[in-house]
Design a protein around this ligand. Structure first.
Ligand SMILES: [Zn+2]
Length: 392
């Protein structure tokens, strides 16, 4: 049996007046996801974000990989640091370093763009190189990542300071969202220095948040005896895959946005299943379009996911003797609020060998159909056991 986890980041949403009070999932043409739903072994809602946790891809995907965030979550940046190959020792603190665009409005500084206009990785690396001489010393090292996402390593650092994720405050005044609490003064100093250096650049400041120490989690091999791979354009997901003991497969042209290499990612996933039991394939675009607040782009991202990922992937999987598939978003990213919520998301588990006996004629893969099933998996970190049929 081959196992697949297919995650469409931030795909869930809420009714939008522009779509006649339908959600983007309801408005989008999704024949492949709907066909799976009609023959799913189980279809319903799952809570990926436990109470008290900030809704985001780190917590959501940690649950989907089968790890209870209440037990294993230590912050976003240490997970991303692992995917950049940064070797963290126990006293190290990894800090997420966004390149952002700030603006002055009515005399106050606001967060204009958390991604500096989806800055290209090449341009971002130029700016990180510009910042290094002024920001680095025996305590701090800057590690360039992908697009606007980078890592600041803080030796003997402090991880108890608070700072708001920049994608949570689009257009808002930044003052009360800057790092505060233990250790924040030195970070504020680094942010100030960056603004002097990046004055007329596409990004004109760094933003520091999501700090933490190295997480220690048992691998999926150790827990379930499965060998697998992870495919994603996003550092965080690759970092979670490394924590889980998975092979990281890099796909050229994977951008984490609407222009990503969908075909390359699907082909890589099918190839990975030739030598692995398990593959996790993650698509980022629906989340980014949700953060942009663009209804039309989010519907496009969902339709692309269905036609360029779900369809071709299923065609390939159906050539296998048998396979089991878990399909779900990691959290909602409603276009109306342009950030994440902790609301439960639709999920389905489909098994080729069982599909012919199952028919839910009316079902579609949407939030309201999932709600109507009355099924709620309250702790999504158990879904992988269900996928692997370990609780039969
Ligand atoms: Zn996400």
């Amino acid at each position: 049996m081959k196992y697949v986890i297919l995650v469409s980041d931030g795909m869930a949403d809420e009714p939008v007046s522009e779509l006649g009070n339908r959600t983007p999932l309801e408005a989008a043409r999704t024949p492949n996801m709907d066909a799976l739903t009609k023959q799913a072994e189980v279809f319903g809602l799952a809570r990926t974000i436990p109470d008290g946790f900030e809704p985001g891809s780190d917590v959501g995907n940690m649950s989907i990989f089968g790890y209870d965030p209440k037990k294993y979550y230590t912050g976003r940046a240490p997970i991303e640091a692992l995917s950049l190959g940064i070797d963290l020792i126990p006293s190290d603190v990894a800090v997420r370093c966004n390149l952002v665009k700030l603006a002055v409005k009515n005399g106050q500084t606001i967060m204009e763009d958390y991604s500096a206009g989806h800055i290209s990785t090449e341009k971002a690396h130029e700016l990180i190189t510009l910042l290094k001489p002024a920001l680095e010393d025996e305590s701090f090292t800057l590690y360039p990542g992908v697009s606007y996402r980078h890592i600041l390593l803080w030796r003997q650092g402090e991880d108890r300071f608070r700072a708001t994720p920049p994608h949570n405050i689009p257009g808002q005044v930044i003052d009360k969202h800057l790092p505060s609490g233990q250790g924040s003064e030195v970070l504020l100093g680094l942010i100030e220095k960056s603004q002097k250096i990046l004055k007329n650049e596409q990004a004109n400041s760094i933003w520091l948040w999501g700090a933490g120490k190295k997480p220690s989690v048992p691998t999926l091999q150790k827990r379930f005896g499965i060998q697998g791979a992870v495919i994603s354009a996003v550092d965080l997901i690759r970092g979670l895959g490394i924590c889980a003991g998975l092979e990281v497969i890099l796909v050229p042209g994977a951008t984490g946005y609407l222009d990503t290499n969908y075909r390359g990612k699907v082909e890589a996933a099918l190839r990975a299943l030739q030598k692995n039991d398990f593959v996790s394939l993650h698509i980022e675009a629906p989340d980014e379009t949700g953060h942009e607040g663009s209804v039309s782009k989010k519907v496009l991202a969902i339709e692309d996911f269905d036609s360029k990922v779900v369809g071709p992937l299923l065609a390939g999987l159906k050539t296998l003797p048998d396979f089991s598939l878990l399909l779900m978003p990691d959290h909602p990213t409603p276009v109306s609020i342009r950030t994440h919520t902790a609301d439960p998301v639709p999920f389905l588990i489909y098994r080729k060998s069982k599909s012919s006996k199952i028919t839910h004629a009316q079902q579609r893969f949407t939030e309201s159909f999932a709600l109507k099933t009355g099924i709620l998996r309250d702790e999504a970190h158990h879904l992988i056991e269900e996928l692997l049929q370990l609780n039969n």
